[in-house]
Design a protein around this ligand. Structure first.
Ligand code: GDP
Length: 609
């Protein structure tokens, strides 16, 4: 290597001397790098173009792109070639930088609860949020133009309560899918004149899966058609038994429209919150979650953050997901500029370099440089995690996750054509017990596999079993994006067998056939030593060298074998696509005739279905 370096040096210098268009650039002679640095990031540190590094590695036989991560060897090689001395930075790993040190109990003070309202469409969520906001805004200044920032705070008997008003369940589930835990209390709204509906069930599933205290708000009690007993019955069926029936779920009856019962709901929230003993330490750098973000034409990225610990100050250097910046301006839910925000406050900030995603966590750092570094590394590890795929359970990773102790129970969602089958599958699965590990069925309902199932699966790192039902293309795509495995079956014991085998780590890989293409034999030639060569026209897909093949005559498979050679004109070809002619042989088989169809096929492992 040293010799190579000497040989190249003069070249490099000559080029620098003769190239008069470029001012002589002083490249740094040393560079520091960290584990997982990318080509682009290393180039920036070396003050060179990424292409310099890509070129060097290419000459050394490595193909990389600007986003590839480099290992120590590759970095050493590149640096040697470019005459730079590399030093590896002591790995200040993300964890240690980001670790929130356990707070000293003495530093903890009570913080307001963060409440999410969920429920079926039209059951009154928005009306309830509006009513609460109108009557209880902290400053009593309501009436002006209030801005929607995704959350607001109200004062109830001198105590603050934070409400998330991001509409629908998506916000809640997508945040949970990203590992963010923002909600302390969930209110499930059910209209007294309508009863438990699909989204009511979903809300209950989500709240239970998030292990979040639930308050059931029976709404629209001003309506004469109300039937409160029925709601209580139906909610009990979901496992939410009212206190007065011996359960532990608090039910509040109210009318979001007239305001009746709303004060009782707010009191209940305070009681539940007191029991939950919610605390935070306001005397440290702030951390929390992004609940909304958008790009504003004039102001750039505008982000709503929910401070969950510490205090956020304007001017703080902050990392949100993989974005960073300084808090240039911070305002509260009334649009008033503020200088600091305590735990459980929602604030809108500007000053980030990019738009983060709802559910991203944020944290304040000592300096903007540190924030920038952490953001860069988060971006990198995000890419790597995406590459590695989601950590949702799948049949293939079950046994390794189990043996690594990562899983204590296996979350599964069951969808079936009829409720009876869903129940049957659930009961059969729940009986399984492999070395103390159990199946936790977080939803089992009748109906097609929907996007909401995928979102719940993603939020709970679950896999989905479809019994006599199939997902449509959109759902399938969504599942792929989220890394959720969907398995489809129509025999109960097969489901049980499969899950059990996967838990025991004895799953046989499943293969399915893929047809690559078909070709029609137009002419045959007999060549001694080689055998029969068929001159074909590829009529569909493509023929691949070394693929398995079937020979079909009049629709009947007469031989099953392997393609011997594949030629296009005189040359060996890897593949020949539809519309082109090719010459081929079938290994060990010579009885090819004009008009025969050769089908090339292969098998691929079924990773998810
Ligand atoms: P969301 O889809 O859950 O947000 O429901 P909305 O808040 O938009 O309410 C749907 C409809 O129900 C609207 O027409 C509301 O005016 C009405 N509504 C909401 N709460 C009440 C209530 O307590 N009583 C009556 N009578 N109507 C209500």
């Amino acid at each position: 290597m040293a010799r190579q370096q000497q040989r190249r040096r003069p070249n490099h210098n000559r080029k620098a001397r003769t190239n008069t268009f470029h001012p002589k650039v002083e490249y740094p002679k040393t560079v520091t790098y960290y584990e997982g640095i990318t080509v682009g990031q290393l180039a920036e540190r070396m003050r060179r173009n990424s292409s310099d590094i890509i070129k060097q590695l290419f000459m050394l036989g490595q193909m990389v792109t600007i986003n590839s991560t480099l290992d120590d060897d590759a970095i050493q090689l590149v640096c040697m070639e470019l005459g730079v001395t590399p030093t590896k930075e002591e790995s200040v790993d993300l964890q240690s930088l980001e670790d929130t040190v356990e707070d000293d109990p003495a530093s903890l003070v009570a913080r307001p609860p963060i409440v999410t309202i969920m429920g079926h469409v039209d059951h009154g969520k928005t009306t309830l949020l509006d009513t609460i906001r109108k009557t209880h805004v902290v400053s009593g200044e309501f009436g002006g133009i209030t801005q929607h920032i995704g959350a607001y705070q109200v004062a109830v008997n001198g105590k603050k309560v934070t409400f998330l008003d991001t509409p629908g369940h998506e916000a809640f589930t997508s945040m949970r899918a990203r590992g963010a835990k923002v909600t302390d209390i969930t209110i499930i709204v059910v209209a007294a004149d309508d009863g438990v509906m699909p989204q009511t069930k979903e809300a209950a599933d989500h709240a239970k899966a998030a292990n979040c205290p639930i308050i059931v708000a029976i709404n629209k009690i001003d309506k004469p058609e109300k039937n409160i007993e029925r709601i209580k019955n139906e909610m009990s069926d979901l496992g939410l038994l009212p206190e007065e029936w011996g359960g532990d779920t608090i039910f509040v009856e109210l009318s979001a429209k007239t305001g009746e019962g709303v004060p009782e709901l707010l009191d209940t929230i305070l009681v539940v919150s007191e029991v939950a003993d919610l605390k935070a330490n306001p005397d440290k750098f702030a951390s929390g979650t992004c609940i909304e973000a958008k790009l504003d034409k004039g102001r750039g990225p505008v982000t709503t953050l929910l401070v969950q610990n510490g205090t956020l100050h304007s001017g703080d250097a902050v990392v949100v997901g993989a974005c960073f910046g300084r808090v240039r301006r911070m305002s509260d839910d009334m649009g008033r500029e503020i200088k600091e925000a305590k735990p459980s406050s929602p604030v809108e900030i500007i000053g980030l370099n990019d738009v983060p995603v709802a559910g991203d966590t944020f944290r304040v750092f000592e300096s903007e440089k540190q924030a920038r570094d952490v953001a860069a590394r988060r971006a990198q590890s995000k890419i790597e995690n995406e590459r590695k795929g989601s950590s949702a359970v799948s049949l293939e990773n079950l046994s390794s996750q189990l043996s690594a102790g990562e899983l204590k129970e296996i979350p599964i969602i069951i969808k079936a054509d009829v409720q009876g089958s869903a129940e049957a599958v659930r009961q059969a699965l729940e009986k399984l017990d492999v070395s103390g590990i159990k199946i936790n069925v977080i939803r089992s309902t009748a109906g097609a596999i929907s996007e909401s199932d995928v979102m719940l699966a993603s939020a709970s790192k679950a896999m989905i079993y479809g019994f006599n039902v199939r997902p449509d293309a959109n759902v399938r795509k969504k599942a792929e994006e989220e890394g959720i495995q969907i398995r489809l079956h129509n025999i109960i014991y097969k489901v049980v067998e499969e899950v059990e085998a996967a838990m025991k780590g004895m799953l046989e890989p499943v293969y399915e056939e893929v047809v690559f293409g078909q070709a029609e034999v137009r002419q045959t030639f007999k060549v001694s030593k080689i055998g029969t060569i068929a001159g074909c026209m590829v009529t569909d897909g493509k023929m691949l060298r070394d693929a398995k093949c079937r020979l079909m005559r009049d629709g009947v498979v007469i031989y099953d074998g392997v393609l011997g050679s594949l030629k296009r004109y005189q040359n060996d070809a890897k593949e020949v696509t539809a519309g082109f002619e090719c010459g081929l042989t079938i290994t060990g088989y010579n009885d090819l005739k004009e008009g025969d169809i050769v089908e090339a096929y292969g098998e691929q492992e079924v990773v998810s279905e």
